[in-house]
Design a binder for this molecule. Structure first.
Ligand code: FAD
Length: 414
């Protein structure tokens, strides 16, 4: 049995940042990382960015750490190995190759996997997902010959895939279940801006539709919708969300909701086990609700905080997360907790003609989240307003005025 003081499961941004943070503060004790991907740390976000996908930047730009970095920092990376069982009482993690690792402090930074389509034909060649580097390599190969793609599902990655495909010269039909694109995240007017941009760039949006079957012999030749309509395609790109198989975590007595449950220190309910990144459902000290966030900046800072707490610190995680998606001339920013819900008010301002949109999510008169289209300069001031808990009760009308920019030096006067 291998023995280590710190064991980190997951070699993405959360896991790697935690290992780095631990090593900066503890030069002596062993750090071991397990990753079920056969690679060292790479940029997951680059996988859906056209510059990488179309080979406009060298492939090697994907790597965010060298092989030597692990050696120099005395971090043992077991790549291509999966943790399948946890005995939290005896502090042992079991791997799929039969190895056992005894730890003192454990971090679960296991991120997520693509949710798979479970319909007739979904195992055919040409049904593709985009979550990891192997997926990206497969898609890059497939677009060399594909002329037409259907994209199933319209999440963040689905939107970016639309642009990747169009830039690669592939025709795209986008199939969504909702009444309009990003329903639930945007309102209809905000969605119109995104849909207009998609259509203008040759994407056919098929709303309120579900795929019943993937057709073709061994390989995809199209999809059949529940309505009976058939759409031909050479590849089907599926983007219907992310999930994480938590059974082995639950079996060890760790509480799980949408993600692995943690307090504001990113500790789970079991002593000496922390979680961070996309996998964590943590107590958000800003909204005073449980938070579940899937973006890079959030995972990076959580990795750092978890690392500090694993070496004996006691730091709460407090962060207004954000991420951007650019495509078809739109820059879309997601800030903080932008979900709708009980006790949340929406303030929205839109100009479809100018492609401008501001949607603020307000709780107890304070902004807790926002979505912006082509208003990138407002990201920093809004994040700051969220962090400071600025009361906006007498400023609501002003936020509805798109001509008025929210700036750092004027939000107090707003
Ligand atoms: C295509 C794509 C584009 C994106 N673009 C953006 C963007 O532009 N901006 C942004 O902010 N965010 C973006 N994201 C989201 C961002 O990549 C994630 O939020 C971030 O990578 C989460 O990091 P993480 O370390 O928590 O998890 P992950 O990066 O998912 O890493 C977790 C790792 O753990 C491994 N693992 C899981 N279970 C086990 C196990 N049992 N044993 C061993 N290993 C295991 C997984 O395979 C994975 O390698 C994008 C995501 C994708 C897929």
């Amino acid at each position: 049995m291998k023995i280590t003081r710190y064991l980190i499961i997951g070699g993405g941004i959360a896991g790697t940042t935690s290992a780095e943070t631990i090593r900066q503060n503890d030069k002596k004790n062993g750090i071991m990382m397990i990753s079920d991907e056969p690679y060292r740390f790479y940029s997951r976000i680059m996988l859906s960015k056209p510059a990488f996908f179309l080979g406009k930047i060298p492939f090697d730009k994907i790597w965010l750490r060298t092989e030597e970095w692990y050696q120099e920092n005395n971090i043992e990376l077991l790549a291509g190995k999966k943790a399948i069982k946890l005995d939290s009482r005896n502090k042992i993690v079991f791997l799929d190759d039969g190895k056992e690792i005894n730890y003192e402090k454990l971090l679960l930074a296991v991120g997520g996997y693509s949710r798979e389509l479970e319909i007739i034909g979904s195992g055919k060649k040409g049904v593709l997902y985009l979550r990891n580097l192997n997926d990206a390599k497969t898609i890059m190969e497939a677009v060399k010959t594909a002329k037409k793609a259907v994209i199933i599902g319209g999440g963040f990655v689905g939107f970016e895939m639309c642009e990747m495909m169009r830039m690669a010269g592939v025709e795209v039909d986008l199939i969504i279940r909702e009444n309009f694109f990003w329903e639930g995240v945007l309102d209809e007017a905000g969605s119109e801006i995104v849909e207009n941009a998609l259509r203008k760039n040759g994407i056919k949006i098929i709303r309120e539709s579900e795929v019943k079957e993937i057709t073709g012999e061994e390989k995809v030749d199209g999809v059949m919708l529940k309505s009976g309509e058939r759409i031909s395609a050479d590849i089907a790109l599926v983007s219907i969300g992310v999930f994480c198989p938590y059974n082995w975590v639950k079996d060890a007595g760790i509480k799980v909701g949408r993600g692995i449950l943690a307090n504001e220190y990113l500790e789970t309910n079991i002593q000496d086990i922390w979680t961070a990144g996309d996998a964590a459902e943590f107590m958000d000290v800003i909204t005073c609700e449980s938070g579940y966030v899937g973006n890079w900046a959030n995972a990076q800072l959580q990795g750092k905080i978890a690392g500090l707490n694993m070496i004996g610190g006691r730091q709460p995680f407090k962060f207004v997360s954000f991420c951007n998606s650019s495509g078809f001339g739109l820059n879309i920013a997601f800030i903080g907790d932008f979900k709708v819900g009980e006790n949340r008010e929406i303030i929205s301002a839109v100009s479809v003609a100018d492609n401008l949109y501001r949607r603020l999510i307000v709780k107890n008169n304070k902004i807790i989240g926002a979505i912006l289209i082509n208003k990138i300069n407002e990201v920093t001031p809004i994040r700051e307003m969220i962090e400071k808990g600025v009361d906006i009760s007498n400023k609501i009308d002003k936020f509805k005025n798109l001509k008025r920019s929210i700036r750092l030096n004027n939000f107090n006067k707003f």
